[in-house]
Design a protein around this ligand. Structure first.
Ligand SMILES: Cc1cc2nc3c(=O)[nH]c(=O)nc-3n(C[C@H](O)[C@H](O)[C@H](O)COP(=O)(O)O)c2cc1C
Length: 369
């Protein structure tokens, strides 16, 4: 089912396994790697609608598409219908052509929520609907929405929000099965995601809305769990792809085989090349790659030493050299995450701890908004 073409209005997406917009992560180089390993649809990092009229260099870097990218979505958040409509219009006038636009109604970051954006929107179903309506009117591409179950555990608005968004005309409803006050260690509430989908289906009548489940998808097993427990049409992968773009191939190929050292090296070096091409050689590029390096080296023996040296990695040539040296110390056919692994992704893993604070644009670029 996840392998089948997935339609957002008239837009044909090759399959229903999506890469989430990931602030500080889903840039051109990483998206290209995920696309090559099967991701049906990928997104640029979340944009602030209020920041669109006065963008800085970093925002310009965010709004980019490589000619090799077959299909691409953008994501934006905004506090009011007017701000969102203006931001969406400005985005569509850029050289970048996106095929679809998602509205973020789930971001928990204080600075975003304090401005009435992100997950603050799900407090008020009517405002959520008004923002969606104005966005649909402003652009010619299919518009979707990504929400949380509610703002707090005791204030779950998921049914009312889904009902409203379905009536107004969202083409896709992505539900992250947590509320804003949940941490990553809080379990995914599959039954509540299902309740949201049911409310949207009943409000939509004959109109098809793509229902997408999000949260704790780390491998084939957890992907299947999301499908079985929520009845979703598609899934959106987030932390599960960090250092692990193979997750798309595993889910779509219905297998749980891990890459061997040589397969791993092949993909990681390709990511290094795309990253160099996009950011060019230099300190900034290397710093941006450090977190990927940390994530990539997990799952093989002896990675701790390399992880401890990450702060000394200052050029992309250095990244490449350290990767080659590390791979040479391992048998080519050794599978990742065998009996030997030192570190595995778990439900309570918070990647932000491993992101370089100075260059974590996921938060930094909203200063401009
Ligand atoms: C580093 C990072 C950046 C994120 N950036 C975004 C973003 O820009 N837009 C968005 O909708 N969600 C963003 N999220 C939230 C994820 O898309 C997802 O909803 C959340 O991590 C739950 O899924 P998971 O448990 O599979 O990670 C981000 C999450 C992480 C870890």
């Amino acid at each position: 089912m996840l392998n089948d073409p997935f339609y957002l209005g008239n837009l044909k997406v090759p399959n229903g396994v999506l890469l989430a917009p990931l602030a500080g992560v889903s840039d051109v180089p990483f998206r290209r790697v995920c696309q090559e390993l099967g991701a049906g649809l990928t997104y640029i990092e979340m944009l602030s609608a209020a920041g669109m009229p006065h963008q800085n260099r970093k925002a310009g870097e965010l709004i980019a598409r490589d000619v090799a990218e077959p299909i691409l979505g953008a994501q934006m958040t905004g506090a009011t219908p007017e701000i969102m409509a203006l931001g969406a219009k400005i985005l569509m006038e850029k050289d970048l052509v996106v095929d679809t636009l998602d509205i973020n109604m789930g971001c928990p970051v204080k600075k975003i929520v304090g401005r009435g954006c992100g997950s603050a929107i799900v407090k008020d179903p009517k405002r959520a609907g008004d923002i969606l309506r104005a966005t649909i009117e402003a652009v010619d591409v299919p518009v979707s929405t990504k929400i949380r179950l509610g703002f707090t555990k005791s204030e779950q608005t998921v049914e009312a929000v889904c009902d409203e968004l379905a009536r107004v005309g969202t083409e896709m409803l992505v539900i992250h099965g947590r509320t804003r006050d949940c941490g990553y260690s809080d379990p995914i509430q599959y039954d509540r995601i299902k309740d949201g989908f049911a409310a949207a289906r009943s409000a939509a009548g004959d109109r098809k809305i793509q229902m997408v489940g999000n949260g704790n998808i780390f491998d084939l097993k957890t992907a299947k769990e999301m499908v079985d427990k929520t009845g979703c049409d598609g899934i959106m992968v987030s932390r599960g792809c960090l250092g692990n773009p193979w997750i798309f191939d595993q889910i779509l190929g219905d297998h749980d085989r891990q890459p061997t050292v040589s397969e791993w090296l092949d993909v990681v070096l390709r990511h290094v090349d795309y990253h160099r091409e996009f950011y060019t050689e230099g300190h900034y590029a290397a710093i941006r790659f450090r977190k990927h390096l940390l994530w990539y080296v997990s799952g093989f023996p002896g990675s701790r030493a390399l992880r401890n040296e990450i702060s000394q990695v200052n050029t992309m040539a250095d990244v490449r050299e350290r990767l080659l040296r590390y791979a040479e110390s391992l048998p080519d056919e050794l599978p990742r995450y065998g009996d030997h692994h030192e570190f595995a992704r778990t439900e309570d893993y918070d990647p932000k701890g491993e992101m370089d604070r100075d260059h974590d644009r996921g938060v930094e670029h909203y200063e401009d908004a």
